[in-house]
Design a binder for this molecule. Structure first.
Ligand code: HAM
Length: 421
């Protein structure tokens, strides 16, 4: 190994990032709020493994999706199995439902999860290779009112977190009955414009022409504006579902825009698709996206149970949420000498058992150095332990905001710290 190589630091992988303590606090606040919010709507947490068989996503997310074609972190393990770090959560939940026959349980099938997902896409602002999603899914509810309820839920969550400047985009991508007719017409129109489309779109014409709408090339986007709209090809059932969905959104007072290009990058959608976008996010403007997928469970060999859900990008959300300053109660123990340190260790043990956050200084520093450290870490209280204090079993308790100091026994100190006195 050359000297230069030795010196080179090991860095985080491109497209991943560390969440350092200050930022992690914000994550915790938002995650706690989200979890309580989901539970209020009847959702329960479901945790599945980070990696699954590659086949699950090939079948679930779909062979013609960008995710499966280009973005999966797949590897062969030592047993020769092809595994993939989950790029999204929906197929994992579907697998778990079938495997554990959750559909037989007499509870509403509403699940949520917050955790990391992995996609090998080009990193940029708001797009990472390891990112986090809040995913929610509802099963067994055909009524378009549920489609509207989850959009209301998503929108309400953003309001609670004080996210402003968002738009709700909706569409219907039809079903297996009406989509083939639309595909035929779309293919025909795309064929006429073949020479002006990029090579990727030319390929999509034969695999899945809907994917042409996902193309990021400006010229392809412009051309596809003129292509037929799926909403003009919906069968009666899908058309009625879409109309009902929109009327329920109106009932909630949720302004929304029909975006016929919103086919979403995953292959499984049927009927409703939606996204909530923000003008504050730049090119990666979707805070969340989702839709209905009525065939996935059946396609995996399970019963005929429909599904609908959405996933929200936590990094994107957090970039729009201001950090909330929460009141903290931190006690810093200043110990003067070896005996005081031992007394401090016991005092810290006592306070920890009483659920008080408390830190002990182990380096032998003088009083003023320890006080300035207490200040730096933002301690709200300081307990000073010296020889006198050990003998008397009473300690100097200082309120760092007011500067007030009192000599108290540990029980009284606890009451004062808790704000009971
Ligand atoms: P998706 O649109 O692929 O849908 O992802 C949902 C959200 O995850 C996006 O709107 C975005 O906020 C975030 N996201 C996606 N990729 C990245 C990335 N590379 N970096 C940062 N954030 C990202 C799904 O994943 C579906 N499973 C949603 C769903 C659930 N449909 C039905 N149920």
């Amino acid at each position: 190994m050359s000297r230069k190589e030795k010196k080179k630091q090991v860095a985080a992988i491109k497209g991943t990032k560390d969440i350092l303590p200050l930022e992690a606090r914000k994550w915790q606040q938002v995650e706690t709020l989200i979890k309580a919010y989901c539970e209020r709507y009847g959702y329960r947490e479901i945790r599945t493994p980070v990696f699954e068989s590659t086949e699950l996503f090939q079948k679930g997310t779909g062979e013609t999706s960008d995710i499966v074609m280009k973005e999966m972190y797949s590897f062969v393990d030592k047993g020769g199995r092809s595994l993939t770090l989950r790029p999204e959560y929906t197929p994992s939940i579907v697998r778990a439902i079938i495997e554990h026959r959750l559909y037989l349980q007499p509870q509403p099938m509403r699940y949520y999860y917050i955790g990391p997902m992995f996609r090998y896409d080009k990193p940029q602002k708001g797009r990472y290779r390891q990112f986090h999603q809040l995913d929610i899914e509802v099963f067994g509810e055909k009524d378009a009112a549920v489609d509207a309820e989850i959009v209301e839920m998503a929108s309400g969550l953003l309001s609670q977190l004080k996210v402003k400047g968002t738009d709700i985009l909706v569409n219907s991508v039809g079903c297996r009955k009406c989509r083939p007719g639309y595909h035929k017409e779309l293919r025909h129109q795309a064929e006429l414009a073949r020479d002006s489309l990029c090579s990727d779109c030319q390929r999509k014409m034969s695999t899945n022409p809907l994917r042409i709408f996902d193309c990021k090339e400006e010229s392809c986007r412009e051309i596809s504006q003129g292509f037929p709209k799926i909403t003009d090809f919906l069968c009666r059932e899908c058309d009625e579902h879409f109309k009902n969905f929109r009327s329920y959104l109106d009932l909630y007072g949720l302004k929304h825009k029909v975006e016929p290009r919103l086919v979403r990058g995953l292959d499984y959608y049927t009927k409703t698709t939606f996204e909530i976008v923000s003008t504050e996010l730049g090119a990666q403007d979707a805070i969340l996206g989702g839709g209905r997928y009525d065939d996935m469970i059946k396609d995996f060999g399970g019963p005929d149970v429909c599904g609908i859900g959405f996933a929200l990008g936590v990094e994107r959300l957090l970039s729009l949420v201001p950090q909330k300053k929460e009141p903290e109660n931190i006690v810093y123990l200043v110990c003067l000498g070896e005996e005081a340190k031992k007394e401090g260790m016991l005092l810290a043990q006592y306070l920890h058992k009483e659920n008080i956050e408390c830190l002990l200084e182990y380096k032998s520093r003088n009083l003023s150095k320890q006080m300035s450290r207490a200040n730096k870490i933002g301690a709200t209280w300081v307990l000073i332990i010296g020889e006198d204090e050990i003998k008397k079993k009473r300690f100097q308790l200082k309120n760092m905001a007011s500067g007030e100091q009192k000599e108290v026994a540990r029980e009284k100190a606890l009451n004062i710290i808790r704000g009971n006195i």
